[in-house]
Write a protein that binds this ligand. Structure first.
Ligand code: 13P
Length: 254
């Protein structure tokens, strides 16, 4: 974490929590993070809980993000949701290109190249997820994969808005496995992602926030968040309980 970049801890609930369960969670979380000055906090919730969570977090330090959106403003896209549908609810941002969407639902870099600028244009903060599989890491292809994802997915973002994007480096082998990247691996990959952004625009490279994601827990968060090029965390499983998520937010204040 470097001075000047505000740490950003986001909880990705994935397909968890009904509205009733989300309300239980948020009533437990808000008192625990009310004094987390200097840290941006977000929950990334299912579409069905967005409206309720925006209402329940108004005036608090928790922001509410969606987990996906379509790139088009409207159209014959059954089951999809547009940026305007999210901003109408006062949603703050959207996770784009999570590896589960890439692997299980065919999310492509070509679509992401349209989604990232569409989100910014609508006033949403995009969290763009990138990361390699275990086979790609073992095969020495991590940097090539990250380069392809970052350069393609950000290609249509206006240079002056590049720093508003948040990138989450999530090694796929570390997601939901309990197998967290070592601090050296996380730092190396996040520094590489930053260098890719700096290659497009030097100022944006210095300012853009890069999260680490993949088995972040209260007991490993402080070490990861202290790394020079890690500006926050995208947390899956440990974001489902108020106490563990709040402990990770707390670790970002150190
Ligand atoms: P876990 O924290 O459960 O490994 O999930 C990480 C993730 O995919 C966040 O988007």
């Amino acid at each position: 974490m470097s001075q000047g970049r505000i740490p950003f801890v986001a909880g990705n609930w994935k397909m968890h929590k009904t509205v009733a369960e989300a309300e239980m969670f948020i009533s437990g979380l808000l008192p625990r993070v009310s004094s987390a000055d200097g840290v941006d906090v977000a929950i990334c919730v299912p579409f069905t809980a967005l409206g309720a969570m925006v209402d329940s977090t108004r005036g608090s330090r928790a922001q509410v993000f969606a987990q996906n959106m379509h790139q088009a403003p409207s159209g014959a896209f059954t089951g999809e949701v547009s940026a305007a549908m999210l901003t109408e609810l006062d949603v703050h941002g959207v996770v784009l290109g999570h590896s589960e969407r890439r692997e299980l639902f065919g999310e492509s870099d070509a679509a992401l190249a349209e989604k990232v600028p569409a989100a910014l244009e609508a006033g949403l903060i995009p969290i763009l997820c990138v990361g390699e599989t275990e086979a790609e890491r073992d095969g020495g292809e991590t940097e090539a994969k990250l380069r392809r994802q970052v350069e393609t997915d950000l290609a249509e973002v206006p240079r002056e808005r590049l720093a508003e994007v948040v990138i989450a480096y999530e090694p796929i082998w570390a997601i939901g496995t309990g197998k967290v990247a070592t601090p050296e691996q996380a730092q190396e990959a996040c520094a590489f992602v930053r260098s890719l952004v700096a290659g497009i625009d030097a100022d944006a490279g210095a300012a853009i926030r890069i999260q680490y994601g993949g088995s972040v827990k209260p007991d490993n968060a402080a070490e990861l968040l202290a790394l020079e090029d890690v500006d926050g965390a995208l947390v899956g499983g440990a974001s489902l309980e108020p106490a563990s998520f709040a402990a990770i937010v707390e670790a970002a204040r150190a």
